[in-house]
Design a protein. Structure first.
Length: 59
């Protein structure tokens, strides 16, 4: 997490395997980044697991 917060990139693609973890991580990152786009991906259709891909841009 510290590395993501310190990068000099304007945009970052963040992938999370668990939406609840994404929410917890973004609470920390929201001071620097804003969500430009978020896409839910169901890679394992036979299970209840979902991934999220988020495009973040520095505020």
């Amino acid at each position: 997490m510290n590395t993501i917060l310190q990068v000099e990139q304007k945009k970052v693609v963040f992938r999370s395997y668990k939406p609840s973890t994404l929410a917890k991580d973004f609470k920390v990152m929201s001071y620097i980044f804003k969500v430009e786009y978020i896409q839910q991906v169901d890679m394992f259709t036979q299970t209840m697991h979902v991934e999220c891909c988020v495009l973040l841009e520095k505020s």
